[in-house]
Design a binder for this molecule. Structure first.
Ligand code: DX5
Ligand code: ZN
Length: 216
């Protein structure tokens, strides 16, 4: 299977969300990445359920919802109802992560776990067989348009080994600062999903940028 491309709606024009979602629908993108920030886990606040519902109404592709919020377990059902297909929580934000993962799956979604740049991939060892996706943060979460952290390459390779050694099925997603230069090496190292915000939405021709990423 080829690389999965997930444009991040955080970098879209919020006053034209229907048009932006329509662009993603028509493009070669596979998922729509949706960043939820609470102003506590991360310094920034983005949007919540009403906006996700509005996106869902027009989306022809799965919603990959990335929760950058504390105690994500409180809102699992609400995000399902809002339209999430994949729900990713941070290992740093959920005290009873194993239970949270089971709750996400019981609600009918695919379960993802995200790790901050400082968090070792070994922290996932004991949930690896339970999850569908690992989101490696390649920037400190909270804002779009930041510089890619180079140490991510090493983490992807290490995680890839851990996944193989455990015969796990989780796909590796890279989130933050993805562009045409780092996409190739990331895929080489074992990435299966690339999130791209600014690189897609600040381009003259976003559909073409998505197509190029998809065909690397
Ligand atoms: C960062 C978010 C990312 C962000 C990526 O906190 O989780 O998904 O939208 O944006 P770019 O690609 O611009 O770094
Ligand atoms: Zn994200």
């Amino acid at each position: 299977m080829g690389i999965i491309i997930a444009p991040s709606i955080l970098a879209a024009d919020f006053a034209n969300l229907q048009k932006e979602v329509g662009m993603i629908n028509e493009s070669d993108a596979d998922w729509i990445h949706v960043d939820v920030m609470d102003g506590v886990f991360v310094p920034n606040i983005s949007f919540g359920m009403p906006v996700i519902k509005a996106i869902k109404k027009h989306a022809a592709k799965p919603l990959d919802v990335h929760l950058m919020i504390v105690q994500p377990e409180r809102y699992i059902e609400s995000f399902r109802e809002a339209g999430a297909d994949i729900l990713t929580v941070h290992v740093e934000a959920s005290t009873h992560l194993h239970r949270t993962i089971q709750q996400i799956k019981a609600a009918g979604m695919k379960a993802g776990v995200a790790v901050n740049p400082h968090t070792p991939v070994s922290s996932l060892q004991d949930v690896l067989l339970d999850i569908d996706l690992v989101c490696l943060m390649s920037v400190n979460p909270g804002f779009g348009g930041q510089k890619f952290i180079e140490n991510t390459y090493r983490k992807v390779s290490e995680l890839k080994k851990l996944i193989s050694a455990n015969d796990a099925k989780a796909v590796i997603e890279i989130d933050g600062g993805v562009n045409q230069e780092n996409a190739g090496p990331l895929i080489q190292a074992g990435a299966g999903v690339l999130v791209a915000g600014n690189f897609v939405f600040s381009a003259q021709n976003p559909k073409q940028v998505i197509q190029r990423l998809k065909s690397i």
